[in-house]
Design a protein around this ligand. Structure first.
Ligand code: NAD
Ligand code: LMR
Length: 329
């Protein structure tokens, strides 16, 4: 193999998403079937033993692309030379915890990780934050990494995007692959807005094909936005394989590009487009090419969409203000 291996760091590697993610990274699904990878598994001390077990299993797969595995509980080691960082490990909300407590606890994770990325990652580092609250955790990490271009910090809304594709396919009988130009706007939370007004189903406008605003408002949007909670209710644990799959999709698309005539959804630092305050990490329609992304411009936002985008962005602004008050950004 002649290509230089890409260093991929995964935090929370011993968790359930980590377990669903690592084998797919090592088998070439993250970056490509011809791209060798070196894995760094970052865990807290209590997670190290389980991470070692996962590493043994990775060894046992004899993946031709896997050029090494390192396990550590030190972010300075974990992010050393990292080209891609998947920040999955986060502090889950526990009983009696207020939102402010959750943001503060996660600040204790994402601030030092952002600093370690700033000080040790490779110049081309790309960061995807999966751990919740993903958008605001990404903002915290980004603020702690002033030497890294801000746009390298992204948050995952690809799972919401995939959920929306699937619901739309079910409703219309179309194939998922026939649906293009769907958008998730805003926060990865119940306020997110899955927008079908610019989407196409087999070349036809999706909103016109559906022609049922009530289904949109009362069924589609809440089903997509509350899917995470529905899965927790059904499984007794939050989504893992689908979340890992979406993380793979997010990075693969970022690195390898969107197809002509389509776009995807990513949580990215706003440049002020569509009235989203600059700097908030909010989900937008984006196209990607050569490892960079651009917000799709010029879309007409109708009143139905405007109110929903604004509500989710307002929530992001409140989260930003809360972490600012805590001195985390
Ligand atoms: P999990 O509890 O199974 O695993 C989390 C792992 O992170 C644990 O092994 C823990 O030891 C580790 N960890 C905690 N703090 C750490 C730190 N400072 N450094 C490194 N590792 C650390 O959780 P999970 O099911 O894998 O989910 C992980 C996160 O992803 C959660 O916050 C969850 O809410 C979120 N999530 C996001 C999406 C999304 O679409 N953005 C979807 C599903 C889940
Ligand atoms: C999801 O969308 O499945 C998760 O973000 C839910 C959660 O709270 O972990």
């Amino acid at each position: 193999m002649t290509r230089t291996p890409v260093n991929v760091t995964v935090t929370g590697a011993a968790g359930q998403i980590g377990y669903a993610l690592l084998f797919r990274i090592a088998s070439g699904h993250l970056l490509g079937a011809d791209v060798p990878v070196r894995l760094r598994l970052l865990e807290i001390p209590q997670g190290l033993k389980a991470a070692e077990g996962t590493a043994m299993e990775l060894d046992d797969c004899a993946f031709p692309l896997l050029q090494g595995i390192e396990i550590t509980d030190d972010p300075n080691v974990g992010f050393d030379g990292a080209n891609v960082a998947l920040l999955v490990g986060a502090r889950p909300r526990t009983k009696g915890m207020e939102r402010g407590d959750l943001l503060e606890a996660n600040g204790g994770i994402f601030k030092p990780q952002g600093k370690a990325i700033n000080d040790h990652a490779a110049d081309d580092i790309k960061v995807l934050v999966v751990g919740n609250p993903a958008n605001t955790n990404a903002l915290i990490a980004q603020a702690a990494a002033p030497d890294v271009p801000a746009e390298r910090f992204t948050a995952m809304t690809r799972l919401d995007h995939n959920r929306a594709l699937s619901q739309l396919a079910k409703k219309t009988g179309a194939q998922v692959s026939d649906i293009k130009k769907l958008t998730i706007w805003g926060n990865h939370s119940a306020t997110q807005y899955p927008d079908i007004f610019h989407a196409e189903i087999a070349g036809k406008n999706a909103a016109e094909v559906i022609a049922d605003e009530q289904w949109l408002a009362d069924d589609f949007i809440p089903t997509v936005a509350k899917r995470g909670a529905a899965i927790i209710e059904a499984r007794g644990a939050s989504s893992a394989a689908s979340a890992a799959n979406a993380a793979i999709d997010h990075v693969h698309t970022w690195v390898n590009g969107t197809a002509e005539g389509n776009w995807t959804s990513m949580g990215i630092p706003s440049d002020g487009s569509y009235g989203v305050p600059e700097g908030l990490i909010s989900s937008f329609p984006v196209t990607t090419k050569n490892g960079t992304y651009e917000i799709v411009q010029g879309l007409d936002i109708n009143e139905f969409s405007r109110a929903r985008i604004d509500a989710s962005v307002q929530e992001l602004a409140e989260e930003r203000d809360a972490v600012r008050a805590l001195g985390l950004i």
